[in-house]
Design a protein. Structure first.
Length: 75
């Protein structure tokens, strides 16, 4: 996640899982799922980003690579 020209105070990345896909672990973020939609939100130490600053998260997934795109939003 990279902030744009303004600082942000939180972020979320979402994507949809296909058949047979799963996410079993996330680091540097908080995982939540609803049906086939996966959401990863910031944790306390990486939610506030200054303009143009970035942070990363990682996850362990199973199944084929996702065909859908990832959507990033800032709060």
């Amino acid at each position: 996640m990279t902030a744009g020209s303004a600082a942000i105070n939180g972020w979320t990345v979402r994507w949809n899982l296909g058949d047979g896909q799963s996410v079993s672990q996330v680091w540097n973020g908080t995982l939540s799922t609803s049906g086939s939609t996966v959401s990863v939100t910031n944790v306390s130490y990486n939610g506030s980003l200054q303009p143009s600053a970035s942070t990363t998260f990682g996850f362990l997934g199973g199944g084929a690579a996702p065909a859908s795109s990832f959507t990033c939003t800032a709060s």
